[in-house]
Design a protein around this ligand. Sequence first.
Ligand SMILES: [Zn+2]
Length: 220
Amino acid sequence: MNENELRSEMVRITKRLDEQGLNRGTSGNLSARFGEGLLITPSGMGAEGLTEDDIVFVHMDGAAHGRWQPSSEWLFHRDILKQRADAGAVVHTHSVSATALACLRRDIPPFHYMIALMGGDNIRCAQYATFGTQELSNNALNALRDRKACLLANHGMIAAGKDLAEAFRIAVEVETLSEMYLRALQAGEPVLLSAKEFQDAQNRFSGYGKAVESKQTGAE
Ligand SMILES: [Zn+2]
């Protein structure tokens, strides 16, 4: 993807996050690795009216180039893309269900086999730190260890993917799993998958390999 295509894709995914209700107003942001840095959505701007020219380029050293300031969360976007070679894009949302769980400051356990798509047997909740700080970025990277997603205590969630399309799908999946887990918690104490049951699901996903990856669904 060249720069213009990537900028268009970022605008398109920002609008889809808004349409799906994962982001509302000006909350949430996304980024994609590009050249010697990353392209990222601007600070304080929502999906409405966002254009390709509003996207900001941030060099890996932190220097920003664009007509606007980069998202106030540019630090964790930069740090994830810098330190995780497997990540090409990052989506951050304040989606309601994931954020509700993040306010309980609890990890999402293996209550459903789709958790296996996140890289391991849970979705961790990063320790709380003020938004926009290096401390928050450090906490997020820690919670993302061997995972494609994490919750941010009293804040929201982060999804990382090899590209924007994958990061978007993971964000939607995290929100869906969060909603299911919250509902199950309301009705009682969810039964968790055993280590073997979870491992079997993981094996099945890896067995499907690329077919599963491209369709991005483990649902039958
Ligand atoms: Zn945020």
